[in-house]
Design a protein around this ligand. Structure first.
Ligand SMILES: *Cc1c(COP(=O)(O)O)cnc(C)c1O
Length: 429
């Protein structure tokens, strides 16, 4: 038994499935997850001494790579001053000022501890602000595991095939309407039926949780127009895309102004942070300024705020996003060429430094076309890569992430591994 297998056996005795979050259990690809004991730059090492080039990036936060020196130093310094106060601290102001300066639509921001909380709270606020109940979510988008959002959700829900989830009351979900991603006509239809009771449309402006799926030209603008007309709020869930696509997130890149924005992942520098924010007029309804209640014992935690500030400062140095984009382009070009020469049909979707290799002819533009991927082939590819020291997200319907710490030799080794792994996939077909 390897050390990881031993740990996994122990874990399964005391933790459901042996994991703290379902996709980590490798159910979608089979086998046992390596237990990670260390992360450094572009690499992670497991309990058995194997080293991997990491494209999981902790599912998105680690755009600077593991244990970035500025982030580690900021957390160390903060910890020496105490780990939590339950009272206002300067770090909250510092991170909030950075977020408000960099995200075009956000005038005020409230910190929470996860993306789930951010999306859940943004919905409550949208309902409280509009006095309406219904929300529209797009199929294949994931906004965390809050009850009303766990409907046709991507990510782990897609992988596990849980239709929503037991434990979510029908009454809660009754106010959630869904429509296919990238289909404005379906949104128009929903609005024509529910328009007067529609509080908000929530969307991943670039989807990351059905694999990476880009918005069609005009789609986000169409959502903006339709929601404005309906008197509903437009919520961009930028938990992945915020500070991933660029400093202003998807809203800067696509020049769309949502009413509310959810953030998470990168803004915590690898510590647990989420945030939601928007126009002052809407955020003014949040307690204690307004009546919409939302709170958190560890919200605005000084360690997390320090890590977030250090990460955002490092990301503002010149050339960071150019390098990230160039690395990711070179990698996906290499992967496409490797698939071609192995004779394996793949569709690679990429936005900035996030990408997915879908096993199928594509194009992949929504949840239905993503689900048409050959997940058995993906699983073989995944394990072929893992054996060769490349750690990809362990499921087809996820995005991989290139970090600032990846190097040219990392990319070359990855493409070489992919060539071999894809040849195995082709041979077993
Ligand atoms: C990860 C994610 C969430 C949930 O964030 P957690 O921190 O895992 O609760 C919400 N929305 C999107 C788009 C995400 O990718």
């Amino acid at each position: 038994m390897t050390r990881s297998e031993e740990l996994f056996a122990r874990a399964q005795r005391v933790i459901p499935g042996g994991v703290s979050s379902p996709v980590r259990a490798f159910r979608a690809v089979g086998g046992h997850p390596p237990f990670i004991v260390r992360g450094e730059g572009s690499r992670v090492s497991d309990a058995d001494g194997h080293s991997y080039i990491d494209y999981l990036g902790s599912w998105g936060p680690l755009i600077l790579g593991h244990a970035h020196p500025d982030v580690v130093e900021a957390v160390r310094e903060a910890a020496l001053r105490g780990t939590s106060y339950g009272a206002p601290c300067p770090g909250e102001v510092e991170l909030a000022e950075r977020v408000v300066r960099l995200m075009p639509s956000m005038e005020k921001v409230r910190f929470v501890s996860s993306g789930t909380e951010a999306a859940m709270s943004a919905l409550r606020l949208a309902r409280g602000f509009t006095g309406r109940n219904k929300i529209l979510k797009l199929e294949g988008c994931y906004h965390g595991h809050a009850d009303s959002l766990l409907v046709v959700a991507g990510s782990g829900v897609a992988t596990l095939g849980i239709p929503g989830s037991p434990g979510v009351p029908a009454g809660t979900v009754a106010d959630t309407v869904t429509a296919p991603y990238n289909d404005l006509r379906a949104v128009e239809e929903v609005v024509s039926v529910h328009g007067r009771d529609l509080a908000a449309v929530i969307v991943e402006p670039v989807a990351g949780n059905m694999g990476c799926v880009l918005p069609s030209p005009g789609y986000l603008g169409g959502l903006r127009e339709i929601t404005r007309r309906a008197g509903a709020l437009l919520i961009f869930d930028e938990v992945i895309t915020g500070f991933r696509l660029g400093l202003g997130g998807a809203q800067a890149q696509y020049r769309i102004t949502p009413d509310l924005t959810c953030l998470g992942k990168i803004i915590g520098g690898g510590l647990p942070v989420g945030a939601y924010g928007g126009r002052g007029q809407i955020m003014g309804r949040v307690a204690p300024e307004g009546p919409v209640y939302q709170a958190g014992t560890l919200s605005g935690n000084p360690l997390a705020m320090a890590a977030g500030c250090a990460a955002l400062d490092a990301l503002q140095r010149p050339g960071v996003y150019e390098r990230l984009g160039a690395l990711a382009r070179r990698l996906t070009d290499g992967l496409a060429a490797a698939a071609k020469s192995a004779g394996v049909d793949v569709t690679i979707n990429r936005a900035a430094s996030m990408f997915t290799v879908f096993f199928g002819r594509g194009p992949v533009t929504d949840y239905a076309s993503a689900k048409a991927s050959d997940t058995a082939r993906f699983a073989r590819f995944f394990h072929g890569m893992l054996r060769r020291g490349v750690y990809l997200p362990p499921a087809q319907f996820e995005s991989a992430f290139v970090s600032f710490a990846h190097t040219d030799p990392d990319l070359e080794a990855t493409v070489r591994a992919a060539g071999e792994a894809l040849a195995e996939v082709a041979a077993q077909a």
